[in-house]
Design a protein around this ligand. Sequence first.
Ligand code: R5P
Length: 295
Amino acid sequence: MKSFVIGDKLAENLAQQLDLDFILIEDRIFSDGEVLPRLAKEEKIDKAILIFQKKQEENINAYLIKYFLLLRKIKEFTREIICIMPYLSYARQDYIFQEGEPLSVLYIAELIEKNADVFITCNMHEHRKKIEDLFKIPAYNVFLFQDLAEKFEDFSSSNSIVIGPDKESKAFVDDFCKKFPAEKIIFEKTRDVKTGKISFLFDKSYDFTGKDVIIVDDIVSTGRTILQTAEIAKGLKAKTISFAFIHSIFGDKAVEELSKINPKKIVFTNTLENFQFSVDITKELAKCILENKLI
Ligand code: R5P
């Protein structure tokens, strides 16, 4: 029995790196929004690695349903399944902020581990729950900030400041600075849970004159967090602004939004579909699979 990587172009890349066979997934969407995924072929499998991106125009819930349908289908003819969800959605709902809300990320994890034997994701939004708090099966959170940092080789680290917009981003900044040892500054962000409005606390005496500022975060969704951070850095006289982040929730649209302030560089990954990524995640995923002897 063979082992296969099943999915989209990420799966094809990963299969090449792991020297495994690849099975393509096709899908149809009906007019009412129902999804019908289909495996290009079906045969008895020893180990299957399931991985595909959320497409740019796809709703995140449609992506999740597609993932669960495929996982359940693959289970029927596979001995062991390694699930890779490059972006674990609902991870920001890792706490009951207001009475009556679901602990969404835990419930998603419970659904995954019904049929999966191993789970891998990239830079899960581990603000209040760690990956091991969610999964009972072996679960790995692959950190990619050092891969982002490698794209700043043309910057001088002694003339740069790396900023994290909130206290949770300290871990991201620390990881980034292992490869790019620059001065680190962490702001404090507060978000009104009812209106979603954000504001920042920082030392008003900072002076970034002549400095290249790199703003590092895990997720860019509306772009508000890193754009507001950039405005503050500009106000503190930064020479240039750059952005480095992992998940571009709206794909290439984030680049359009962030480009409006004319940044020196924008670096991000392909955990979600986009055509302007600078870091291909399959290299680190292959490393994680091999180092942990998962195949
Ligand atoms: C929040 O805690 C995250 O780390 C990101 O800062 C946040 O999700 C980004 O969202 P947005 O781009 O909508 O400000």
